[in-house]
Ligand binder design. Sequence first.
Ligand SMILES: Cc1ncc(COP(=O)(O)O)c(C=O)c1O
Length: 389
Amino acid sequence: MSLEHYYQTFLQNNPYPRELKNYAFDDHASSIYLNYNGKKLINFSSSDYLGLAKHPLLLARSHQYAQKLGTGSTASRLVSGNFPQYDVLEKKIAAAMGKASALILAAGYQANTSILEALFDPAILTAKPLVFCDRLCHASLLATTRFLAELKRFQHNDLSHLAELLEKYKHDTRPKFILVESIYSMDGDQVDFAKLVPLAKQHHAFLYVDDAHAVGVYGEYGQGKAAAYAADIDIIMGTFSKALGSFGAYVACSHTLRDYLINKCKGLIYSTGPSPAVLGAMDAALELIPAMHAERQRVAGYAARFRQRLDKHHLNYGHSDTHIVPWIIGDAEETIRMSLLLQEQGILGTTIRPPSVPVGKSRIRFCLSAAHSEEDMAQLFYAIENIIK
Ligand SMILES: Cc1ncc(COP(=O)(O)O)c(C=O)c1O
């Protein structure tokens, strides 16, 4: 019998089936306006938080880099796919993040899985490490970790629980790591660095921070949330795929860690470097974000007003205090129903269901963007108020 039988059985029994839908960008200068099945939608599920995905400078520089260097980087960066442009970008990233150096990788998922795999190598550490990880950390932070480390998950954003676990293992001589996100992608809440950093120091734990949803949107110059604690964070990881409008990932770290990753990180060594067009977009985004104060303020204002509206109707948004605001509905079917009703009114708010969130915590996750207009926000408020009537 073909092994497909097993996969078929899974698909038949999967309570939360996933599908790919074809959303087309509307013919518009913003990535926020989509077309789905002939209907115009305002996208409230996009990670284009600053509206850079269709910014003229990113488009122009992408084009310029592709013209000059081609459409592909043609080899791994460790073979012949490393251009001088990488060096320039990495120096800019290191300076912005307050770390000695930086490294660009092909995608955030690939960065987290392969960097952690390299860091946890028991042959290097001489022991299997103990890894303390927030319960709601992104799948990419867990994918390789769960096989390579002894994993201790602490309750989401509960640093007392983390302290308890660290205390319990304080005499354990195995290397210790702490993995967190500065902003949690499904909840829009934040880690408390002021409490976390001393804890990591006290226990000599390596601190790894995923800043994917903060870079661009936070920090005086859009450098994200972690940079303010750069001296005490071993690795700051972030992506170009969200507020920075394109694709790819970076880590900011010490020279030693960068050199180590060049030698051991399989996602870098055995993968073709990002295409030149992507490097051009990265370069333009890094140039633009320091001055995007007005956009950052606009996003924060939209999010605050959206939460006020949800409060007014006693709708649950958990502990969100950033530009990611979930409307936590609970039941998965009901969440889909609400999302379809919103769509009928021109609002795209996609559902997040298990296993991405715990059972009973299904939600519509709204992401506010500087590319949204006041009219878009008014339409969102109107649509929600309409469907809960
Ligand atoms: C916290 C976090 N880390 C990493 C990633 C992966 O980044 P990328 O989309 O660049 O692969 C995501 C994407 O959803 C994320 O939310």
